[in-house]
Design a protein around this ligand. Structure first.
Ligand code: CUA
Length: 342
């Protein structure tokens, strides 16, 4: 009698637990949708090209597929709890083999085939159409960007990738120091930047526009401030933007600002977009055209540029640029000099 009551209470508890879990999952799903993660600038669920669309599809297939499997399992548990027989026999062997072996094997194999098919689109395979190339190198904590096929020869920049819309783009990714991971979620998959290796990932933007990327592998104190921008252009606009990198470094270095820059900054930051030297800081040839400073730490504007020069260690603590303790006068002169660059 007592044992019977205890079993009944156990059944009720299992039922309640399952109901609570269902409630939690539906709540989490609802919250996910409500917080609008579908349309955020870094959302994999808002793809802007075919490679990213494949990833989003895999995500939805897995979410829906496994929700159905989970509902089936909850249903079976509830069925088993409610229909227990005191003299019930162990389930038949066919049920064990079917449900425990065949079903998972078939499901996992189907997912494997589907996943390989989807992953194929992210590989840099020849497609017959021209592929645009950008080289990217991770640094603690910024992205060096090179255009090996630019009109006038290889050009150097940082923090922003300018690519053609409607054309596959192969990004050759490596690192100057630790492991980073290059990820522009709306345009394609994610790939690690590994010392001594170059990995290639294919991105594709259907439409011109601004897309965002992050470092997706913990790489030190300022991992969270290692953003980049991918700007997809129409062909003419792309040529125009890259033309900003088709000029020599300034030759007039006699102004106060130029001299202060030469004294405090030039050892690490080149102003020559064609310079192949591996300096520790970002090439600043087109800094005036970039949209952020410090790899997404601040928007790029006159006030922010001066703020960055004076307070970069406060804005991005631990960044590799030493605190120069620039005087207000030098900050103003260097900012004015950088702003005067074509
Ligand atoms: Cu670079 Cu995280």
């Amino acid at each position: 009698m007592y044992a019977g009551r205890r079993k009944r209470r156990l059944s009720q508890e299992i039922f309640l637990m399952s109901a609570r879990r269902l409630n939690f999952c539906l709540g989490a799903l609802g919250a996910t949708l409500l917080t609008g993660c579908l349309e955020k600038p870094l959302s994999t669920l808002d793809p802007a090209g075919p490679a990213a669309a494949d990833i989003a599809q895999v995500w939805w297939v897995m979410l829906i597929g496994f929700t159905l499997v989970w509902l089936l399992m909850v249903g079976l548990v509830l069925y088993a709890v409610m229909h227990r027989k005191r003299d019930g026999k162990a389930p038949r062997r066919t049920l064990l083999i079917g449900g425990g072996l065949v079903l998972p094997l078939v499901t996992v194999f189907a997912l494997l085939v589907y996943g390989i098919g989807s992953g194929q689109g992210m590989l840099p395979l020849p497609t017959g159409e021209p592929v645009y190339r950008v080289d990217v190198r991770g640094h603690q904590w910024w992205w060096e960007v090179r255009y090996p096929d630019a009109a006038g020869g290889q050009r150097h920049s940082a923090g922003e990738l300018h690519i053609p819309a409607g054309q596959p783009v192969d990004v050759h990714v490596t690192t100057a120091d630790v492991i980073h991971s290059f990820w522009a979620p709306r345009l394609g998959g994610k790939i690690d930047a590994i010392p001594g290796r170059t990995n290639v990932i294919r991105l594709f933007a259907d439409e011109p526009g601004t897309y965002y990327g992050v470092c997706a592998e913990f790489c030190g104190a300022q991992h969270a401030r290692m953003h980049f921008i991918v700007q997809a252009h129409e062909p003419d606009a792309l040529a125009e933007r890259l033309a900003a990198l088709d000029r020599p470094a300034p030759t007039d270095m006699t102004t106060h600002g130029a001299q202060a820059f030469a004294r405090d900054c030039l050892a690490c930051h080149s102003l020559d977009p064609a310079s192949a030297s591996t300096q520790p800081g970002p090439n600043l040839a087109d800094v005036g055209l970039r949209r952020t400073l410090g790899s997404g730490t601040l928007p790029n504007g006159p006030d922010e540029l001066r703020d960055w020069l004076a307070n970069h260690q406060a804005r991005k603590p631990g960044n590799r640029m030493p605190d120069q303790n620039l005087s207000a006068d030098d900050v103003e002169a260097i900012a004015t000099f950088l702003e005067s660059l074509p």
